[in-house]
Design a protein around this ligand. Structure first.
Ligand SMILES: *Cc1c(COP(=O)(O)O)cnc(C)c1O
Length: 230
C-alpha cells in the first residue's frame, strides 16, 4: 500500500470511530510521527495533505526539517533534554513532553533570551505508571502546573500520555480515561490555561483514544511500516 493510501484509510478510520461515539472527526488532529523516516517519504505524506508531523529526537528533526516544506507544523513528542531546548523553543509548534521543572526552567530561560512570548507545551503524564515511560506522576501534576505561574512563557495547552504496552484493552482505556479526567480537573483549577489539547493514541490504540476523548493522535508505524522504510 502506498503512503497516500495508508493516510486515506487512516483518516477514514478516524472518521468512522469518531462517528461511532458521536464525535466530529474535524476536532481530531492527526500528527504523523516521522522518526527514522527519510525526508522523501515524509514528503509523500505532506503531498497527501498532512501538515502536522512529530519527531522524538531533536538532532534527527534538525537534520530533516530543512529538506521539507516550511509550512509543516512540527511536534516534539519525545523526551527533551534541557540543553536541546534552545533548538526547539520558538521553532516547533508544540512540545508534547514537558515533564519536569528543570525543563520548564530551561524553556522559560530560552523564551526570555530570545524574546519568544509563549512556548506551547503539553504536560506529559505517566498515567500507566510504567517505569520505562517518561512523564510526571499524575499525583504531582497539580503542583507542577501551579509552579508554572513563575514561568509565564510556558504556555500549557493540555496533556499528553502514552498508553500502556499491553493487549489488555481495559487497561489502555483506563489510562486514557484517567488522563481525560485529570484534564477536566486541571481545567477547573487553572482556568488561565486553555487545556484544549489531549494528545493520546498511537498506531495500536488510537481507536480507544478517540473513544476516550483524545483530540490529537500521534501515529507513525501505521503510515510508515518497516517495509516502507526498508
Ligand atoms: C513513536 C511514537 C509514537 C508513534 O508510535 P506508533 O506506534 O509508531 O504509531 C507516538 N508517540 C510517541 C511519543 C512516540 O515516540
Amino acid at each position: 500500500m502506498s503512503i497516500p493510501t495508508r493516510i486515506r484509510s487512516l483518516n477514514q478510520s478516524i472518521r468512522e470511530v469518531s462517528a461511532k461515539v458521536g464525535r466530529d472527526s474535524q476536532d481530531i488532529r492527526l500528527v504523523i510521527v516521522t522518526k527514522t523516516v527519510e525526508p522523501q517519504l515524509v514528503l509523500e505524506a505532506y503531498q497527501a495533505g498532512e501538515r502536522d508531523f512529530g519527531e522524538n529526537r531533536v538532532q534527527e528533526w534538525q537534520d530533516k526539517k530543512d529538506a521539507l516544506p516550511a509550512d509543516i507544523r512540527w511536534h516534539l513528542i519525545g523526551h527533551l533534554q534541557t540543553n536541546k531546548v534552545k533548538y526547539v523553543a520558538g521553532q516547533v509548534s508544540l512540545i508534547h513532553s514537558l515533564d519536569r521543572l528543570e525543563l520548564a526552567d530551561a524553556i522559560e530561560k530560552q523564551a526570555k533570551a530570545k524574546g519568544i512570548a509563549a512556548v506551547p507545551c503539553l504536560v506529559q503524564v505517566n498515567m500507566s505508571g510504567e517505569e520505562s515511560k517518561f512523564g510526571l506522576d499524575p499525583a504531582l501534576v497539580v503542583d507542577f502546573v501551579r509552579q508554572m505561574a513563575l514561568r509565564p512563557s510556558v504556555k500549557i495547552r493540555g496533556l499528553m500520555s502514552i498508553g500502556p504496552l499491553t493487549e489488555d484493552e481495559g487497561e489502555i482505556r483506563k489510562c486514557f480515561r484517567e488522563t481525560r479526567e485529570l484534564r477536566e480537573d486541571l481545567k477547573n483549577k487553572f482556568p488561565q490555561y486553555s487545556w484544549d489539547i489531549l494528545s493520546m493514541g498511537m498506531s495500536a490504540d488510537y481507536r480507544i483514544a478517540i473513544e476516550e476523548g483524545a483530540n490529537m493522535l500521534r501515529i507513525g508505524s501505521l503510515i510508515f511500516p518497516r517495509e516502507v522504510k526498508k
